[in-house]
Design a binder for this molecule. Sequence first.
Ligand code: B12
Length: 161
Amino acid sequence: MNVTACAGRRLRVVVSGLSSDAHLWNLVHLQLFLEDLGHEVANLGNTTPDATIVEACRTGRPDLLVLSTVNGHGRTDGLRLIRALRAVPSLAALPVVIGGKLGIDGRDHAGTRLTAAGYDAVFDDAAEGGPESGLARFESFLGALAAGHSRGGPAAGAGAA
Ligand code: B12
């Protein structure tokens, strides 16, 4: 991976798959990507129940929650989860992003709905530039967050598809 170490503070990041999603290598890829940038990662793995993700964030108080989904159910799973997270008062302002293959064959552009529901940024493989461009926008988002800009700062909306 061609990434450079972060200039700002080291973020404590929770990475997780969603409850219906059995894919694993996307999570490994994200963990390595974040660790290469100098951040600390707790990877909750695949097919993770919503309640486990909520509890890990409530007790661990990470700087960022990164959700990855590729099985095509991301829009449904992602909406349900962000509502559960935002319903917990201590997690109302937690920076949360979601990315991957959010719909089926790139047909559903779910970014607007997901950001309206409470995600700080959405990195959809189906957006212009594909996955590589999504990861580049994600790296900018991380840079802004590590530099201390609230919830990713000006880059936060840049990944919305
Ligand atoms: C291996 C695989 C499986 C394995 C998974 C094994 C495992 N434990 O991981 C098995 C056989 C279990 C499987 C099952 C299924 N799969 Co599958 N699978 C794949 C396959 C071939 C490779 C996935 C992979 O490992 N990629 C490597 C990782 C590193 O890359 P990635 O997943 O693409 O992630 C990248 C991006 O998405 C992005 N990204 C991901 N998350 C995030 C998050 C953020 C924040 C950011 C910035 C970026 C980002 O960055 C990553 C690196 O570029 C893909 C096809 C393909 N060639 O990609 C299909 C694929 C993902 N599977 C697919 C499908 C449909 C299924 C099934 C529904 C099939 C079925 N009918 O049963 C089931 C779903 C099971 C479930 N409950 O989830 C579809 C999804 C279609 C869609 N979303 O449009 C794909 C794309 C195949 C296809 N072309 O149709 N699968």
